[in-house]
Design a binder for this molecule. Structure first.
Ligand code: ZN
Length: 83
């Protein structure tokens, strides 16, 4: 039990530090607008910016903001064709 916990801890530390392009919420927020736009148009975030994708996976705040933006952009793209 104790051992398993330690292993997970070491693993998480290693994973974080193995990513040289690691970004924080601030760095993520700077890119989120244009990234949401590209993803809404069908781009693959993991190919565009793996560091941001990795951050979104472990940060609920940024992920929610990102997904909300994608949803907004998508709904604008299919704006009323009769307008
Ligand atoms: Zn974040």
């Amino acid at each position: 039990m104790e051992h398993e916990h330690l292993h997970k801890l070491v693993e998480s530390i290693f994973t974080v530090h193995s990513d040289e392009n690691e970004i924080d919420c601030e760095g993520c927020g700077c890119q989120i607008d244009r990234l949401a736009e590209m993803v809404a148009k069908g781009a693959d975030l993991r190919e565009l910016l793996p560091a941001v994708e990795a951050h979104l996976r472990c940060c609920a705040d940024c992920r929610e903001e990102f997904e909300a933006l994608v949803a907004i952009i998508r709904s604008q793209d299919v704006a009323d064709p009769l307008a």
